[in-house]
Design a protein around this ligand. Sequence first.
Ligand code: PAF
Length: 281
Amino acid sequence: MIETVTQLKRLRALVRSWKKEGLRVALVPTMGNLHEGHFTLVRQARRHADKVVASVFVNPTQFGPNEDFDRYPRTPQADVTGLEAAGCDVAWMPDVEQMYPLGLDQVTTVSVNGEVAGVLEGERRPGHFDGVCTVVSRLFHQVGPDVALFGKKDYQQLAVIEQLVAELQFPLELVGVDIVREDDGLARSSRNQYLDEAERAAAPQLYRVLRQMRAACAAGLPHEMVQTSAAEALTEAGFVVDYAVVRRRDLGMAEDGIDQPRVALLAARIGNTRLIDNIEF
Ligand code: PAF
């Protein structure tokens, strides 16, 4: 039976009792409105630990003033049902007061410095990664997990959190879990439900373009050319492109003519919805 916990005191008592028994604890942080991508994280978590905590918290500090915090889908009951079916032990569902006890104007912000947080999403969504690192640090303090799992759809988020864990020396292991896709290739995301029928029909182009980028890189085309063609293809498909880039796995600039592990990343808007996706190769 899953337990839904809304008070930090109760959460800490539970984790303390598990640790006393020598059990390993996994954390799966989420913002709710859970889908197969999240449930895959929970199932993976079960393989890494004896007890699994999933947090469900739509974190206000990681949304910009013109972003979708208010309309972000909230489905707590379905989330708990799905978490239980996936094998989760505790749904940690704090309210804003439990997470930010002195109020949103008194938040101690945790901010990762350096290029990994400053490029791509960091450039387009100022303050976003500060909000993510702030809440993820709190979740690590609250739960004290031995292992924490994050989806690779937010590729840069995982890279930023890796730096956070290294720099603040959180004693835990990080696990990145592969992207879960629909049959037509669209990466699972809570934001997919914003798409109308025509937008939904166009959305799989993102993954098609990513595969083209991978193939073009494999054929040795210069990265600049790969990026330009990708942006053009997406624009033609009706997207407004934020970025279409090939980077090294650490998100540094990939040099031409070197066969090294890389990642292609896209962010693009269709209608009012901003989608991101990536592929490693
Ligand atoms: O990836 C997400 O859903 C969020 O950014 C996270 C990690 C749960 C922090 O709010």
